[in-house]
Each structure stands twice: as structure tokens, then as C-alpha cells.
Design a protein around this ligand. Structure first.
Ligand SMILES: [Fe+2]
Length: 298
């Protein structure tokens, strides 16, 4: 077929607090708002993506953790209640999502041909991870685009950050090749926070913004360094410095989503759009968009 394309790539963080603060009808708990800077950031990104024509979302979430290879959702529709295991008081979300099995299988087959261990997840009762749900909802609340959901192989935990990086660089290339062959126009989502040291207790009112701040100055400095590198188009340097970033800032990029997306985008050197930055229970979060087609990316 051919002619497919990655039209944009985004970092879309998934703390359940953002859904809680938005009060969508799908979520049972109700809030008085909160985390507005990040929610306005998502708003700006959604407006920007209105101008991007895409058929399907391809997302890698660190909360679908697999220990033997990379897995892909392989059932056409998932509908259930997702309850956050740490924050059941904030997130009990009724989801109903469509999966583009054809594209999932194409990426799966390409990755397999490229020597990776892969598997299609075909259990209809599988509980989709909340990272995928939160990032997809905040990016596209209408749920009118099918998704491809890719698991996070925990090679970092079994081996090292370096092994994780090599695997995610390969998975990114396989993803790009498969998308090009599919003829589809694709939005990529890396679903992760930056620095990830969080508070260990919750305030009486979770959305009390007088309690919200970055965990430590060191975490702020790490986030700003990574943000600056990304804004300057130095994605290769971000990948090169990732082992230290993960070690020192406990970054959630240890799940591989950022490295995978950069690799799929061909290590972009143009500046991304900065939609917002903010903290959630002390963790650093950015909402950022690489306008890949507009910037003439590979
Ligand atoms: Fe997370």
C-alpha cells in the first residue's frame, strides 16, 4: 500500500488528577477543578491538533507493563470501568475505545521481522491501563479515532536503561516503517511525566492547589534541562542523557515511550510546540507537540 505517514508526535502525560479535575461524564468522582495550567496546556494542544488530519492514534504507555516482549492490543473494542489502583478516589472511568487491529498487526509484524519479541493481546476481558485511557481522553475527548496501544517492555528493570533505549530505538523504526506501509495518517503519543518523584501523602482536598509544587529544586532543574534540549531540537542529546535523567529524576521516560517516539519521528531536530508545563503531586509534566508533517519531518 504505502503512503502512510506520522503527521505529529506529542508528549501527553497521564496523571489521573487531570481527568478528575476536568469532570468528564465518564468519571465517577467529581472535583472542584485544579491543575489548570496543565489542563489549559491540553486545551491548547487540542486546538492545535484540530488542524492536523489523522486517522489513528498510536500510543505507548508505561502503565501497560510487559516483561516478555512488546505487546499490542488486539481486540476491536474495549469497554469497561478503569479504576486507578493508587487513586481510586480520583479515577473511576468508564471507557469505550476502538482499536485499529489492522495497524496494530502491521506494526507487530514489522517489529517481529526486525527481530523483536512481540505479541498480540487478544483477551477480550483485558483491562486497558489507565495511562492509555487518560492520555487518549485528554488528547481526543470525543473518542472518535481508533487507537493502537503498545505495551511498555520493562527491559529497564530486567536489564538497564541502555537496553531499554536500544529496544525502543528499534521499536520506533519498526513503527515508522509499518505506518508508512499502512497508508494511514498517524498521531503518536508518548504518555509520560518527566521528573517523577511524587509526594507520599495526599492533602485533605486533592485539588488544593496551595499544596502543589515540584518535589525539589533538583527535579525542577532536570525538567528544565530536558525541556530546553527538546525545544532546541536536540532529541538525540535527550536520548543520550536519558540514563542519568532516569537515575536522578526517576523519570517516567524509563518506560520507553519518549525514546520510542523520538526514534519513530527520526530524531527530530526542529523545535516542537510547547503547550504547557506543570506539576502533579510533585511530578513534572509537559505537554508538547512535534508538528511533524508541517515541519517536513521524515
Ligand atoms: Fe504514570
Amino acid at each position: 500500500m504505502g503512503g502512510g505517514k506520522i503527521v505529529a508526535g506529542i508528549i501527553a502525560p497521564h496523571p489521573p488528577h487531570l481527568i478528575y479535575a476536568e469532570n468528564p461524564p465518564q468519571n465517577e468522582p467529581k472535583s472542584e477543578g485544579g491543575w489548570e495550567q496543565l489542563r489549559w496546556g491540553y486545551e491548547r494542544m487540542r486546538e492545535s491538533l484540530e488542524e492536523v488530519d489523522y486517522d489513528v492514534i498510536v500510543i505507548l504507555s508505561p502503565h501497560w507493563q510487559t516483561y516478555v516482549g512488546t505487546h499490542f492490543l488486539g481486540v476491536e473494542n474495549f469497554k469497561s470501568l478503569s479504576v486507578d489502583p493508587v487513586f481510586p478516589n480520583l479515577f473511576r472511568f468508564n471507557y469505550d475505545m476502538q482499536v485499529d487491529i489492522e495497524l496494530a498487526k502491521t506494526i507487530h509484524d514489522q517489529a517481529e521481522a526486525d527481530g523483536m519479541a512481540v505479541k498480540m493481546m487478544e483477551n477480550p476481558d483485558f483491562r486497558v491501563d489507565y495511562g492509555t485511557i487518560v492520555s487518549c481522553h485528554l488528547t481526543r475527548p470525543d473518542w472518535d479515532k481508533p487507537i493502537v496501544s503498545i505495551s511498555s517492555n520493562r527491559s529497564r528493570h530486567y536489564y538497564s536503561v541502555e537496553v531499554m533505549q536500544e529496544m525502543m530505538m528499534q521499536l520506533g523504526e519498526s513503527t515508522r516503517k509499518a505506518i508508512e506501509a499502512s497508508g494511514k495518517r498517524v498521531l503518536l503519543i508518548a504518555s509520560n511525566s518527566l521528573s517523577h518523584r511524587h509526594f507520599t501523602s495526599e492533602s485533605a482536598i486533592p485539588e488544593d492547589m496551595s499544596k502543589e509544587h515540584i518535589t525539589s529544586h533538583a527535579m525542577h532543574l532536570w525538567d528544565m534541562r530536558i525541556l530546553d534540549l527538546m525545544r532546541e531540537g536536540k532529541t538525540q542529546q535527550v536520548v543520550d542523557e536519558m540514563p542519568e535523567f532516569i537515575e536522578q529524576a526517576i523519570s517516567e521516560s524509563d518506560g520507553g515511550s519518549l525514546t520510542w517516539m523520538f526514534s519513530a519521528l527520526g530524531m527530530p531536530t526542529y523545535s516542537p510546540l510547547m503547550h504547557g508545563y506543570g506539576t502533579i503531586i510533585g511530578t513534572g509534566n509537559v505537554i508538547m507537540e512535534w508538528q511533524h508533517e508541517k515541519k517536513g519531518g521524515v
